[in-house]
Design a protein around this ligand. Structure first.
Ligand code: HEM
Length: 527
């Protein structure tokens, strides 16, 4: 059947359609005005994120600039496409939202993609009471006692890193005992080893064996197709509330299938070898699941049987989801921290020497052993890492969704359920009123005395409150171990390929250096 539309009908329908589209795209644009909240005037199709949506600026630069545009305001509104978002800049209000009034902001403002059940079941994505139950079960897994037991596993990865660097600087028939390396790649391998060992129960030495299947596949977990990326932008700009109807994948599908298979086999292996003892996250979750079931069930059950009913919080599916999440949440963030910390150490030789002295002194006290207790004594190392997290926070901002109506204290402005609220981590970390000369790398900003001079809510690399990063202590332990193995035997120096200042990629949502972070690594004895 030929559909015939007359010219007259077209003349009526086209403007109607265009008007409808215009109305849909702009219908939210007076949201902040009506609430009498300061805002930036949005533009159709993009709201206030045009430069970002057109990849004219990096995600981090964009977030910093957006924060600056609201100078002098405790909070202000902007639009991501059609979606109104409230930026909270005042540390006191941040504290209220993230901690005191947390019950009004329990959830994260996620897109709610339709992808696999593993993705949906990740702690980072789940909501409300379901999140509270899972978080309560997972929290003991990250206690200092459990981390102390896991330190041995991470230390082995640190030793592998040291051996790799010894080989790289020694085996090249070079007199200068020096090698030039891309630091993100180096630390990506180290971090992958740590997560493989602690979250997947897989022993690997990815620095030695770059082609091992686990290494190659896990490194691709975050890689999604260009089409997926564009689709995500489209959904953010135009129809966030309908995201679940789009076939968007938040992670690489083949990598996910491979990793799920590895995890299922490991869980099965452990079920059959109950006599063996493991000290990793995977085992801790399996134990927590057994304990949960033991408390709930009248019948005595097999303690390692993780296949159970949907009423339980931790079952095989949720355990696998969390192991995958540790890769998703821990890989990029921890390797980014190590990359920029080493970059700054190469550019600031005085800080590097001071750090090396501390590492040597403390290790000397502990017979050269990089133990959990030794790490606790390396206070300058912690200050270096915290300053790196300030200057280069791997996560530029965190979001919350309003889950109960909320009156902004001291005003009569009500935030309705569903309102998106963002905490501008990067903006706060670069605000000169809290950190004078924010571009200067100065670990002394984190002496105990200096910390007391400012609000804790202007330093939020791991977020804050009940929904903060559950892996904070694990991440700090891991990155300290890597730094110790690097600094004790090697010196970091800029190379011909080192970019000063760094340029950040406009196409990544991570803090990715456009040309990589290249440094010379030289054996200490040769300095
Ligand atoms: C330097 C390394 C890391 C940084 C900077 C970082 C940062 C963050 C941030 C900013 C959040 C959001 C917090 C909030 O909304 O208040 C978060 C959440 C989370 N992180 Fe990390 N993270 C790091 C490493 C890790 C590691 C190693 C793991 C796992 C072993 C991990 C697991 C998680 C999880 C599970 C959540 C979600 C928590 C929840 O929703 O209850 N992170 N992280």
């Amino acid at each position: 059947m030929v559909l015939w539309i007359s010219f007259e009908a077209l003349c009526i329908i086209t403007p109607l359609l265009l008007w409808g589209l215009y109305w849909y795209c702009t219908m939210t644009f007076n949201y902040w005005k009506k609430k009498r909240i300061h805002y930036i005037e949005p533009v159709i199709l993009f709201g206030n994120i045009k430069d970002r949506a057109l990849f004219r600026t990096s995600f981090h630069e964009f977030q910093k600039e957006l924060y600056r545009r609201f100078d002098g305001h405790k909070y202000a509104g902007f639009y991501e496409g059609r979606q109104p978002v409230l930026m909270i800049r005042d540390p006191e209000l941040i504290k209220l939202i993230m901690i005191r009034d947390f019950e009004h902001f329990v959830d994260r403002a996620t897109l709610g993609l339709s992808s696999s059940p593993y993705f949906k079941n990740m702690l980072i994505n789940i909501k409300g009471q379901q999140w509270k139950n899972l978080r309560a079960l997972m929290t003991p897994t990250f206690s200092s006692g459990k981390l102390k037991a896991m330190e041995i596993l991470v230390e082995q990865c640190g030793q592998q890193l040291g051996t790799f660097l010894q080989n790289e600087t020694g085996n090249k028939n070079r007199d200068d005992k020096c090698t030039e390396l891309e630091m993100k790649e180096l630390f990506g391998r180290f971090t992958l080893d740590v997560i493989a060992t602690c979250a997947f129960g897989v022993q690997c030495d990815s620095l030695k064996d770059r082609n091992a299947e686990f290494v190659k596949t896990a490194a691709r977990f975050n890689d999604i197709s260009l089409l997926n990326r564009l689709l995500i932008f489209f959904v953010i700009l135009f129809c966030r509330q309908y995201a679940r109807f789009f076939p968007i994948r938040g992670v690489n599908r083949q990598a996910m299938a491979f990793l799920v298979d590895v995890l299922k086999k490991t869980v099965e292996h452990r079920r059959q070898h109950k006599e063996q003892k493991w000290n990793d996250f995977l085992q801790l979750m399996i134990d927590a699941a057994a304990q949960e079931r033991g408390e709930r069930s009248d019948e005595k059950q097999d303690i390692n049987d993780t296949k159970q009913t949907s009423a339980t919080v931790l079952n095989e599916e949720t355990i696998i989801a969390q192991s995958l999440l540790f890769l998703l949440a821990g890989f990029e963030t921890s390797s980014t921290l190590l990359t920029y910390a080493s970059y700054e150490l190469a550019l600031n030789q005085d800080i590097q020497q001071k750090l090396r002295k501390e590492v040597e002194d403390v290790l000397g006290k502990y017979g050269g052993h990089c133990s959990y207790e030794a790490l606790l004594e390396m206070t300058y190392l912690e200050m270096v890492l915290l300053e790196s997290l300030r200057k280069y926070p791997p996560v530029a901002r965190v979001d919350r969704a309003c889950t109960q109506p909320y009156i902004i204290p001291g005003t009569n402005i009500e935030l309705e359920v569903g309102t998106s609220v963002c905490i501008p981590i990067l903006g706060l970390h670069h605000d000169p009123q809290y950190y004078p000369q924010p571009e200067v790398f100065d670990p002394n900003r984190f002496t105990p005395a200096q910390k007391l001079t400012r609000s804790p809510y202007v330093f939020l690399p791991f977020g804050s409150g009940p929904r903060n990063c559950i892996g904070t202590r694990f991440a700090l332990m891991t990155t300290k171990i890597a730094m110790v193995h690097l600094i004790k035997d090697f010196c970091l120096q800029p190379s011909m390929k080192t970019d000063v200042p760094l340029k950040f990629s406009k196409f990544s949502t991570f803090l990715k250096a456009e040309n990589g972070v290249w440094l010379n690594i030289k054996r200490n004895t040769e300095i």
